[in-house]
Design a protein around this ligand. Structure first.
Ligand SMILES: *[C@@H]1O[C@H](CO)[C@@H](O)[C@H](O)[C@H]1NC(C)=O
Length: 363
């Protein structure tokens, strides 16, 4: 990365601390005009609250450690507190983007970004569609509507700057893979290789569509170590709780390699675009396999909520028996979703590289 960028960053930080003056809290400098996020439950901040879907988390114990200004408690985030896009927003010096379909998401409230992530969704329109989730293709259309609404809000010129300079965080794909393993129909219809190609082709066409709307800075998260969640372990190997589900891990690793190659190759054909790939596979596997390194309890295959073996979404509620008192030392909050502490660690592994990469001047 260029020296000038580094100076620019330091300079901004100094400015920020100076202007914050008396109420000295260490907010980051604002690095981008806005933050846009498309994704699934790892990034859903409440989109599913406002659609006909049971894949929701807008009730306790979800959100019990969530604080954002005056807002406290459950919001729809699948964790005890902040989730991935929240940590990114903090690092970028931006407010947490509102869910796109939230009634409050209009006017000035969306100039600094929007989040269309819908729990349960995937790249493929068919993934969990019976659960009423919003697939990636529709999320992309929402993002384009947001881009258009900016013009009304701030004028064409400023809107173009916001659209082009802001990162588009893309955190989706886990559900497509889980859907394949759960469906004899899909397995009959496609070989593993064919199915990965189907998903990745959809990813490429959706990212192209975002680019056609003006997006230039893409942050693509790989699929996580999905074979190492309490829920998948319960489903596929309930008696081997300290191991990740091999067939899922293997599939995900190959998928991630192909996904990375396809998005990099796409990026090279899109003039003026930047791509940062956040590969969270290794860190999420390591958190599961070596929890003590990070201050987590040893039995990582037990989540905080309920019995910690299968509860997620509607099955993780205030009625769940056995929910832990304090999620601090847990890797997972429910059977498929990390605790706030774990998500902070995950974001911490790539956020500095992400910032340098996206802030470097184009050659
Ligand atoms: C959870 O435990 C941590 C570490 O012991 C402590 O700092 C925190 O205040 C506790 N949180 C709650 C909600 O009790």
């Amino acid at each position: 990365m260029g020296k000038s960028t580094m100076c620019g960053l330091r300079f901004l930080l100094v400015l920020c601390i100076l202007t914050q003056g008396s109420n000295l809290h260490l907010a980051s400098a604002q690095l981008f005009p806005a933050l846009v996020c498309i994704g699934d439950s790892l990034a859903d901040v409440g989109v599913n609250n406002n659609v006909e879907s049971v894949v929701r988390a807008n009730f306790l114990p979800y959100g019990r450690d969530f604080i954002n200004g005056n807002q406290r408690g459950p919001t729809g985030r699948f964790s005890n507190g902040k989730i991935l896009p929240d940590f990114l927003a903090e690092n970028f010096g931006l407010p947490f983007p509102l869910p796109y379909n939230n009634p409050a998401a209009t006017g000035a409230a969306i100039v600094q970004g929007i989040n269309t992530a819908s729990a349960g969704s995937g790249w493929l329109d068919g993934t969990n569609i019976l659960l009423g989730v919003i697939p990636a293709s529709q999320q992309v259309q929402w993002v384009k509507k947001w881009q258009q609404s900016l013009v009304t809000q701030v004028g064409a010129s400023r809107a173009t700057t916001i659209v082009q300079e802001s990162p588009y965080v893309i955190n989706i794909g886990d559900n497509d893979i889980l859907a394949y393993f759960q469906s004899a129909e899909l397995q009959k219809q496609y070989t593993e290789e064919q199915y990965r190609k189907l998903v990745i082709d959809s990813a490429v066409s959706n990212i192209k569509d975002l680019y056609s709307g003006g997006a230039r800075k893409f942050v693509v998260l790989s699929v996580s170590a999905r074979g190492c969640t309490p829920g998948q372990i319960t489903r596929y190997q309930p008696t081997k709780r300290n191991q990740c589900v091999g067939k899922i891990q293997t599939f995900v690793q190959t998928y991630n390699t192909e996904y990375k190659a396809a998005t990099q190759s796409l990026q090279s054909t899109l003039p003026g675009s930047k791509l940062f790939i956040a590969d969270i596979f290794s860190i999420t596997a390591d958190l599961f396999l070596n929890p003590s390194k990070y201050g987590f309890r040893e039995d990582t295959s037990r989540a905080c909520c309920g019995t910690g073996t299968f509860e997620t979404g509607p099955f993780c509620s205030s009625l769940s028996i056995g929910t832990c008192q304090n999620a601090t030392n847990y890797l997972f909050f429910d059977a498929e979703h990390y605790t706030m502490k774990a998500l902070g660690i995950i974001v911490g592994t790539f956020v500095e590289d992400l910032k340098s990469s996206l802030l470097t001047q184009s050659p």
